[in-house]
Design a protein around this ligand. Structure first.
Ligand SMILES: *Cc1c(COP(=O)(O)O)cnc(C)c1O
Length: 460
């Protein structure tokens, strides 16, 4: 295939994309497929001879969409959303055409400077302090890993990278029992070890208990451990738990520890000033991650890490071998020094397109609607005699369960997802099976959201 053919096929792909999106409501959200079904119809090895694009495209249409879970389906209420605004898709097409590797300023001047500008636009939109900078990562997991690696290096006097972990005292990391598994993964990969991630108890409001955090740090110091940092959350994945950042950060600062805040999902909502009390005190943090790729419109992958001071992270992750040296590097930002991988995609372009095409007001309006509709839906479900709301809406996320117990709740969820009109996912809350509902897909309407109540009336 050459670039002339690409021009024609791109137009066909654009038509296909339009029809796919227009027809999503007619598809089940989750595919009716079984494990191994697609593998079974694929040849075991790559073809030796070139195949015509006509046949490749036909196979795509015949095999792939029917075996995909449709994240852009307006009745996708599972996990958290992974929105892809049309303006984002357009930007990704252009970034794909340029196909740059954005590791250094010199390899991608516009990508680097657009990234700096977009981090600044978002920082302002979320009401974070004016002096902060930041960078884009693929995922919140990588951002949290970067923050935790930086905590390790700062706590160890920058000896971990140089001498290896065997030279260090046993490091400790603190988080609540509501934090995302990416914190566990960071503790493992960064060499703390799972046993040294201290899961501090939460209070009745599902916030880390500041007094318990203080006691845990003091006890560890007395026992000869090396406390390195605290990870807090705004909008936990299970039921939306929010740590009271102000008091928890005060404890961390009094102990001399840096703080990273995981607001991967809820961070997008902070473009609306009325939701910012959920992260009161965030300005005291050292690092904050939020995923525009969840609720703001730029498609996966796009995670933003804001940094009060990037210097410790650059000291931890920066590495310049001779073959990456560029003249004048002191005067520019080479973002690979801020992140784990060397190679970087051009992610800032979709942020630029989405923020301009919707405007902050357009994005706020959508998020406010999602929150309002989630509230209406939770009230409606609460009136169903067989169901009860277990955790009330935190922004647009709530959970419910069947009054007859776990087995009934799990059977109901299986029936809901086999039905196909909507897609919901499970979690556990205080020892109980519950069903999560989050409202956040960009094309969903109030009618799509209220369809959840309709499905429950049919099945519960
Ligand atoms: C989604 C989520 C993550 C992980 O995000 P990735 O970008 O997929 O790594 C981490 N923390 C929270 C609170 C999340 O909601």
């Amino acid at each position: 295939m050459d670039h002339e053919a690409l021009r024609d096929w791109s137009k066909r792909a654009a038509d296909w994309a339009h029809d796919y999106h227009a027809g999503l409501r007619d598809r089940p959200v989750r595919p009716r497929t079984t494990p191994g079904a697609l593998r079974a119809v694929l040849p075991a090895a790559a073809p030796e001879a070139p195949e015509p694009m006509e046949r490749i495209f036909a196979d795509f249409e015949a095999l792939i969409p029917a075996a995909m879970t449709h994240w852009q389906h307006p009745r996708f209420f599972a996990y958290f959303p992974a929105n892809a605004a049309p303006a984002s898709m357009l930007a990704e097409q252009l970034a794909n055409a340029i196909a740059a590797q954005c590791m250094l300023w010199q390899t991608s001047p516009a990508a680097t400077e657009l990234e700096q500008a977009m981090v600044g636009w978002l920082r302002g939109a979320l009401g974070l302090p004016a002096g902060w900078s930041g960078t884009l990562h693929d995922s919140a997991t990588t951002a949290t890993l970067s923050a935790v690696l930086t905590m390790r290096e700062a706590a160890s006097g920058w000896r971990g990278n140089a001498e290896g972990l065997a030279a260090l005292p046993r490091l400790r990391l603190y988080a609540s029992d509501q934090t995302h598994s990416s914190v566990d993964k960071a503790a493992r990969i960064a060499g703390f070890g799972q046993a040294n991630l201290v899961k501090v108890a939460t209070d009745a409001g599902l916030s880390i208990d500041p007094a318990a955090l203080e006691a845990a740090i003091a006890a560890d110091r007395a026992a000869g451990y090396l406390p390195a940092g605290v990870v807090l959350c705004t909008g936990g994945t299970s039921v939306g738990a929010c740590d009271r950042l102000g008091p928890a950060i005060a404890v961390a600062k009094a102990a001399g520890l840096p703080v990273h805040v995981d607001a991967a999902w809820a961070g997008s909502a902070m473009i609306c000033p009325e939701f910012r009390p959920l992260w009161n005190g965030v300005e005291g943090a050292d690092s904050v991650v939020m995923n525009p790729h969840k609720w703001l419109g730029p498609q996966f992958d796009c995670a933003v890490q804001f940094l009060a001071d990037p210097a410790p992270q650059i000291r931890t992750l920066g590495l310049k071998p001779a073959y990456l040296a560029t003249a004048g590097a002191e005067t520019v930002t080479d973002f690979n020094d801020w992140t784990v991988p060397l190679g970087r995609r051009f992610r800032a372009l979709k942020l630029w397109f989405v923020l301009r095409a919707h405007g902050l007001d357009g994005l706020r309006h959508r998020i406010r609607e999602h929150v309002a509709w989630a509230g209406e839906l939770a009230a409606e479900i609460g009136r169903h005699p067989a169901l009860e709301i277990v955790t009330p809406p935190l922004l647009s996320l709530f959970t419910f369960a069947h009054r007859d117990g776990d087995a009934a709740t799990e059977a109901l969820l299986a029936a809901i997802n086999d039905d196909g009109r909507i897609y919901l996912t499970p979690t556990r809350h205080v020892g109980r099976s519950v069903i999560r509902v989050q409202v956040g897909q960009f094309d969903c309407t109030r009618a799509d959201v209220m369809c959840v109540a309709e499905v429950l009336r049919d099945l519960a």
